[in-house]
Design a protein around this ligand. Structure first.
Ligand SMILES: NC(=O)c1ccc[n+]([C@@H]2O[C@H](COP(=O)([O-])OP(=O)(O)OC[C@H]3O[C@@H](n4cnc5c(N)ncnc54)[C@H](OP(=O)(O)O)[C@@H]3O)[C@@H](O)[C@H]2O)c1
Length: 339
């Protein structure tokens, strides 16, 4: 392995410097059907080798499976790559034995309990960025963030992040402790955070780690309308992947494909490059589960979109062009960012 460096970006006023693309590892353990373990680990190794330094996970992705996978990938990576890697971990989601989501727990004692288990599974002595996946509506954000701040004081966590919270929660959290980044869905077809949340994050010096940049594969250019989805695949429940919504959304992808073809790049690369173009404070997380997808995604870093190309992309996919909500109704209800 030859670890090289990619372009980097800094998360927030006091956050870490990370590669301009991060690797989101969720799909290697959950939500998008079966993943090949050996290929998943090879993908993490290839990402580290290419210079990716940010690995995003959640303790509930496969109920610990994803953290154990990252542990193995880091243990078996060359020391130089391992030392550069930063872990971004989400916690708080409660699961049933059957795997259903069963609420969220942001109480101080729970935060410390989640962290103890994550450190053990990851096999590390600290987590680089720690965040609750969804705001606990029954616990003031000050308590949850305050508990992570105590973990920072104790050296178990380096930075505090947030996930899918709105502007008011951002302000309350930032008044409690320094926040490195907000993780939130952001793509050509998910632009809700542009109105109030992004300006607030910028005002407060909070960076953004953007997920769903390919809208979970929908705007990757690889999603076929007749694709068979495994039981439990998030996309079999997502409004954007159903019936007429799916047909409408894939028609938008064909518009993007024309623009991508004219530039000699792929649809996924255009979609990722567009998010990269939205500001130096935004770091897209790429949900690649295979090395070929990773290579494609990293190619977006070589693309510069000029004003004419950006305008053509916006014409092809206007801000509110998508059909269907980004989560099923019961999950939309947990999004502080959508209130
Ligand atoms: N904070 C939160 O609430 C939250 C929520 C969700 C995710 N996340 C984080 O964000 C990360 C990324 O999210 P995501 O996986 O939903 O986003 P995504 O990058 O929009 O979608 C990933 C899916 O797109 C498909 N794809 C096709 N071409 C690709 C390419 N060149 N590169 C990468 N993927 C390609 C893959 O599906 P196939 O493999 O099926 O082709 C892959 O599973 C997650 O891994 C997780 O760490 C955070």
């Amino acid at each position: 392995m030859t670890t090289v460096s990619l372009p980097t970006r800094v998360l927030g006023a006091g956050g870490p410097r990370v590669s301009a693309l991060g690797l989101g590892c969720m799909g290697m353990s959950a939500l998008y059907g079966e993943a090949d373990r050996a290929e998943s680990i090879a993908t993490v190794h290839a990402a580290l080798d290419a210079g990716v330094t940010l690995l995003d996970t959640g303790d509930f992705y496969g109920m610990g499976h994803n953290e154990l996978l990252i542990n193995e990938a880091l243990r078996t990576a060359p020391a130089a790559a391992r030392e550069q890697a930063l872990t971004s971990v989400k916690f708080g989601a409660l699961r049933t034995v059957e795997g259903a989501f069963n609420g969220v727990d942001g109480r101080s004692a729970a935060v410390k309990n989640f962290a103890a288990y994550s450190l053990q599974r990851l096999g590390t002595d600290h987590i680089d960025i720690y965040r609750i996946a969804r705001l606990d509506p029954d616990v003031p954000v000050e308590e949850t963030v305050g508990a992570i701040a105590e973990l920072v004081q104790a050296g178990h966590v380096r930075h505090i992040g947030l996930s899918e919270v709105g502007a008011e929660t951002l302000r309350r959290a930032a008044a409690t402790a320094p926040i490195s980044d907000l993780q939130i869905e952001y793509s050509l077809i998910t632009r809700g955070m542009e109105a109030e949340i992004l300006p607030t994050a910028r005002e407060l010096g909070i960076g953004v780690t953007a997920y769903g940049v390919l809208s979970r594969g929908l705007i990757s250019g690889h999603f076929a309308p007749d694709r068979a989805l495994a039981p439990g695949d998030f996309r079999s429940l997502s409004p954007r992947f159903q019936g007429d919504n799916l047909r409408h959304n894939l028609a938008l992808v064909e518009e993007l494909r024309r623009i991508a073809a004219a530039k000699g790049v792929t649809v996924a690369q255009i979609a990722i490059a567009w998010v990269l173009s939205r500001g130096e404070d935004i770091v897209p997380l790429i949900g690649a589960r295979r090395r070929d997808r990773l290579t494609e995604a990293l190619g977006a870093l070589d693309i510069t979109l000029d004003a004419g190309e950006l305008a053509a992309i916006e014409r092809a996919v206007p801000a509110d062009a998508a059909a269907g909500d980004r989560y099923p109704a019961d999950q939309m209800a947990h999004l502080d960012s959508e209130r």
